[in-house]
Write a protein that binds this ligand. Structure first.
Ligand SMILES: *Cc1c(COP(=O)(O)O)cnc(C)c1O
Length: 412
């Protein structure tokens, strides 16, 4: 058996410090951190001139194609702390029929459903759990709409860390069960994800759990950032014109935006950036509302509802980071309704690709942006499908056949 060199080769690491995403206040690296003193997310900073001197595109091209090939831009210092389940690079799938139907350049889906635990939450959680292991954490707790909890449970179990997971009681059934199947202790809570987050916060204080809530620890962003690193390389170090990202807590959008800056600082890409589109469901669109109102922070969205559970996040602690990135990029925050999401999932299936509802939301939003002239017909657009469509309920369209009777073969 050949082991993955990325998991066993010691490579230099370059984390210099952490800083508050809002105030810039500095924090020491290699310590356990939650939010900053200002109650905002901490961002990991690297000695980028040193990375520039240490890493070339050619050296990178020689490495196995997974998330860990980006070690110089990741926080894990020692390979002994890498808790891997095989974080493969995800493919770009072109929706040719969709392009023809819309008389536009075919949109490309980055299909994150191929990752361990079936969603891109694996990228964030493999990093958060590897760092938790490095920093001696014994028990983690997190609120989840499903996929994050599943990834947290899987990696925590692998790392020998206990995981306690709280999800809204209407979380997709498969998510609730996969969390438990992978060793997490899971509670269904009669509330939304931020209600679950409150319980985690209180339990963290009372019981010493480490709070792994979205953006309340610094390393999930670093894992999610690899979507941007990967995309840049897959596009030959030129970025697409626009990225449509289904936005809940926004980790991926914030992470990719950070990745692009780091890639520019190490000389791998130029200053051109994609327009970033934050996509939400009309039943839960706090970022869209703040975007339209010209505000930097988003108020909590009351009575949130959408079948796209992964983006049912009424309040995001990194709201300003999402809104800053969207605005700086010249993109927008857009909301689409559940019927449009369902229709988009069906449309993509005609290209042979089963999207999750959140991925469907990006296609629905893309179609509307195209119709509104927000996106040009010849622009290259990347949509994010964040989880495998296989996790979600599908309508039963099967027919039945009685093998004991005469079968009208011509009529089949
Ligand atoms: C978590 C999740 C999202 C939202 O991702 P963020 O980076 O937290 O905004 C979207 N879709 C699915 C399927 C998810 O699990």
């Amino acid at each position: 058996m050949q082991s993955n060199a990325n998991l066993v080769t010691e490579r230099p690491t370059f984390v210099s410090h952490l800083e508050c995403g809002l105030t810039g206040e500095r924090y020491e690296a290699d310590r356990l951190h939650g939010l900053s003193a200002a109650g905002r997310p901490l961002l990991v900073r690297y000695d980028l001139p040193a990375v520039r001197a240490a890493l070339t595109k050619e050296a990178l091209a020689q490495r196995p194609r997974d998330l860990w090939r980006w070690r110089e831009l990741l926080p894990v210092r020692d390979t002994a702390n890498i808790v891997s389940l095989g974080e493969n690079e995800t493919p770009l799938v072109t929706l040719d029929r969709t392009g023809e139907r819309l008389a536009a350049r075919a949109p490309i889906v980055k299909d994150e459903g191929r990752l361990p635990t079936g969603s891109f939450k694996a990228r964030g959680l493999v990093m958060a759990i590897s760092m938790a292991k490095a920093l001696g954490v014994e028990t983690i707790a997190m609120p989840t709409n499903g996929n994050a909890g599943a990834a947290a449970a899987a990696y925590a179990t692998r790392a020998g860390i206990e995981s306690i997971i709280f999800c809204p009681d209407d979380t997709p059934e498969i998510n609730v069960r996969e969390i438990a199947a992978q060793g997490g202790r899971v509670y269904r809570v009669n509330g939304l994800i931020d209600d679950c987050g409150k319980i985690v916060g209180e339990g963290a204080k009372a019981n010493g759990w480490f709070d792994l809530s979205t953006l309340k620890e610094p390393y999930r962003i670093e894992g999610k950032k690899t979507m941007g690193l990967e995309l840049a390389e897959q596009f030959g170090w030129e970025l697409p014109d626009a990225i449509f990202y289904p936005t809940g807590g926004g980790t991926g959008l914030i992470g990719m935006w950070k990745a692009f800056d780091e890639l520019e600082a190490i000389g791998f890409i130029g200053s051109r950036r994609p327009r970033m589109y934050a996509i939400q469901a009309s039943g839960c669109a706090p970022i869209v509302r703040a975007f339209e109102a010209g505000e930097r922070h988003a108020e909590r969205w009351e009575d949130a509802h959408t079948l796209a559970a992964g983006i049912r996040v009424p309040k995001a602690v990194g709201d300003f980071l999402i809104l800053d990135a969207v605005r700086e990029s010249g993109g927008k925050a857009l909301a689409v309704g559940d019927p449009a999401i369902v229709a988009a999932v069906e449309e993509a299936a005609k290209d042979g690709l089963l999207l999750c509802p959140e991925g469907g939301a990006t296609l629905a939003a893309y179609e509307r942006a195209l119709a509104d002239g927000e996106i040009g017909r010849d622009e290259q657009v990347v949509l994010f499908n964040c989880a495998t469509g296989l996790k979600y309920p599908m309508p039963d369209k099967s027919r039945t056949l009685d093998r004991h009777g005469a079968i009208d073969l011509a009529g089949l």
